[in-house]
Design a protein around this ligand. Structure first.
Ligand code: SF4
Length: 308
């Protein structure tokens, strides 16, 4: 693989990302896998702004080679508009010969409710943590460890790739899989290497030096709709703008989130009292204002770039 350094961009990166990216900007086709076996290119699709743009740019031949598949791992708890966008995207990608695969192993909302109900009866059910905001027993604030991205996003995508390659679980994979991640230059801190030897991450939007606004402009120039923000309805990483938009425009999702915010108080095994909103107030009591400045902990998509 031919690599070239981009001192100009790397110099602007935080030290942590600089060490990783280290000038890894693709300048051509990924190398072929050894043994005459074809290398596979797969898009990790979150169905938000960045990965949608990346997929459609590849469809238009602006990012090469043409990916073999785009895989969306469904947590089962996305807002309706994300599923609608995904349906549109599947059809649009199909026009260019790219198949979008939706994979779902479990349902994060059902699993959470099951854990809540089991815990209230037995006090010891295990469950996969969402990054809840916590008020600890000594009154300090904290955050629960984020395990959901690995469980509901990363692993299902890896499992699907194994299936596509014809491998069984834990069988050694011989092919080289390049997994394209939809990270733009404004969220470079999310660039992380793959933990699997058979998967290599690639960041085409970084190569193109595109930020989120560039993605939106590209979509607009092509006459495509603006993708919604993709994340679970009750994701504790939502910022106020997203909560407010949900409250005003998606009553069903808002009510589900409010109900879940109440229900998670029964999760006694956490170190503190859990909340979905960063202020650690009941969600339906939070003053949400569109001009309120809040830190967006989540960036734009949940597609396997958390630090798990
Ligand atoms: S969107 Fe939020 S809650 Fe859903 S899997 Fe990602 S981090 Fe977890």
């Amino acid at each position: 693989m031919e690599l070239r350094k981009s001192v100009e961009i790397i110099g602007c990166l935080p030290a942590s990302s600089r060490a990783l990216v280290g000038g890894l900007y693709w300048s051509g086709m990924p190398e072929e896998a050894g043994g005459g076996r074809k290398a596979m290119n797969i898009i990790s699709l979150g169905a938000g702004v960045q990965s949608t743009t990346m997929l459609l740019m590849a469809a238009h031949g602006e990012i090469t080679p043409k990916p073999d598949y785009a895989i969306f791992a469904d947590t089962g708890w996305e807002p309706k508009k994300v599923y609608q966008h995904l349906e549109w995207l599947k059809k649009e990608a199909a026009k260019f010969g790219i198949k979008v695969i939706v994979t779902q192993e479990k349902n994060i909302k059902d699993d959470l409710l099951f854990a809540i109900n089991s815990e209230s009866k037995t006090g010891k059910a295990g469950f996969t943590n969402l990054p809840f905001h916590l008020i600890n027993k000594d009154g300090t604030r904290g955050m629960a460890k984020r395990q959901c991205t690995a469980e509901y996003k990363i692993r299902p995508i890896q499992k699907k790739i194994r299936e596509l390659l014809g491998y069984k679980p834990r069988q050694r994979i011989k092919e080289k899989v390049t997994l394209w991640m939809g990270i733009s230059t404004d969220e470079i801190q999310r660039v992380k290497p793959s933990r699997e030897k058979w998967i290599e991450h690639r960041w085409p939007l970084i190569e193109k030096r595109m930020n989120r606004l560039d993605c939106l402009s590209w979509m607009e120039r092509k006459g495509y709709p603006q993708p919604p923000k993709s994340s679970c309805v009750g994701c504790p990483f939502h910022n106020d703008a997203l909560w407010l938009d949900m409250k005003l425009n998606d009553k069903e999702a808002w009510e589900e989130a409010v109900e879940m915010d109440r229900a998670i108080k029964k999760l006694h095994r956490l170190k503190g009292k859990p909340y979905l909103h960063g202020s650690c107030q009941p969600l339906d009591e939070v003053y949400l204002h569109e001009n309120q400045i809040t830190i967006d902990l989540f960036d734009n998509e949940c597609e396997g770039m958390c630090g798990v």
